[in-house]
Ligand binder design. Structure first.
Ligand SMILES: NC(=O)c1ccc[n+]([C@@H]2O[C@H](COP(=O)([O-])OP(=O)(O)OC[C@H]3O[C@@H](n4cnc5c(N)ncnc54)[C@H](OP(=O)(O)O)[C@@H]3O)[C@@H](O)[C@H]2O)c1
Length: 291
């Protein structure tokens, strides 16, 4: 099949492109900077997901679309709310898919989406997931927890911590995360592509390992034969106060950082990874194997 990937220049998207190609599919990407998306056999359409015409050009002629973007990144209009950015991008994809007769859309969010959550990220994504399911398209949502691999925002904290004597951490000491190797996530996304049993459903995805950041750091330090570091957890209320400043300096959309450290952000990201297992070609690796 010919597959469009949005977010192909990102941590997950890069692995997804490779996994799709390995499974024999042709891949097209929508990329704001085409040079970042170029690769053997990859067709690149230049554009922003906020531009309906660019999205329409990218969707025209494909069999399926993966929406694998993260709006905790620089946006053309940093004064826009981060969830509005994601909602508009997904709306553009849904409209273009309906216009061009593309039925299959796979959306990556995160464990913990909940319409009643006090956390704006978890609540906002429950709404965007619903918007996709209400579109009438053959939609599937995959929700990872902590994604293990080089280049991941969350995992970078584990990697840095394991190589340090003193690990300074933004995550709470208590929060528990279900882990998944980034290649296992890319494999799961590829496995559900042509799988009607996944249509209309959202799945938590991950290994059987559920760990705190401190536990992950110590296991990673063991893996590197290093001493366990001292862990210093920064007070999240202080981070929430400087969130708007970080967003302004980095050109991130409004509220993106605040949602990560604000109310509800300490909730466990565990979910239930069992229902998707019947659809996967291989079981996910443990945290240690992922390292
Ligand atoms: N990383 C984790 O630990 C983690 C954990 C749980 C869930 N997830 C989910 O996994 C998904 C992918 O995350 P990731 O870690 O791969 O993110 P990432 O590395 O930050 O990549 C984000 C991608 O989105 C693209 N993007 C952002 N805004 C865009 C726009 N306006 N138009 C077009 N493309 C745009 C970026 O393109 P540019 O290269 O142009 O910036 C990039 O390709 C997200 O849904 C995220 O919530 C990630």
């Amino acid at each position: 099949m010919r597959i469009l990937v949005l977010g192909a220049t990102g941590f997950v998207g890069r692995r997804l492109v490779a996994a799709l190609q390995q499974a024999g599919h042709e891949v097209r990407c929508l990329a704001r900077d085409p040079r970042k998306a170029e690769g053997p056999g990859v067709e690149v359409v230049k554009g922003d997901m906020l531009d309906p015409e660019a999205v329409s050009r990218a969707v025209d002629g494909v069999h399926a679309v993966y929406f694998c973007v993260h709006t905790l990144s620089k946006q053309a209009d940093p004064s826009a709310d981060f969830m509005d950015v994601e909602r508009t991008g997904l709306r553009n994809v849904i409209d273009a898919a309906q216009r061009h007769g593309v039925r299959r859309v796979v959306y990556v969010t995160a464990i913990g989406t909940d319409p009643a959550s006090v956390n704006s990220w978890a609540r906002g994504r429950a709404q965007t997931e619903r918007m996709l399911f209400d579109s009438g398209l053959d939609a599937t949502v995959l929700r990872p927890g902590m994604i293990v691999g080089h280049g991941g925002d969350g995992f970078a904290m584990v990697e840095r911590g394991a190589r340090s004597r003193v690990a300074v951490l933004m995550a709470s000491r208590r929060t528990r995360f279900r882990t998944i190797a980034v290649d296992d996530l890319a494999g799961a996304l590829t496995d559900v592509l042509d799988e009607p049993r996944a249509y209309g459903k959202a799945f938590d995805v991950g290994s059987d390992d559920v760990l705190t950041i401190d536990e992950m750091i110590d296991i990673a330090a063991d893996h590197l034969s290093r001493k366990h570091p001292v862990k210093v957890h920064l007070p999240r209320r202080a981070l929430a106060v400087v969130g708007p400043l970080i967003e302004r300096v980095a050109g991130m959309p409004r509220g993106a950082v605040g949602a990560f450290v604000g109310p509800g952000s300490e909730a466990d990201l565990v979910g239930d990874a069992k229902p998707i297992r019947a659809l996967l070609t291989s079981p996910p690796r443990s945290f240690r194997e992922s390292l």
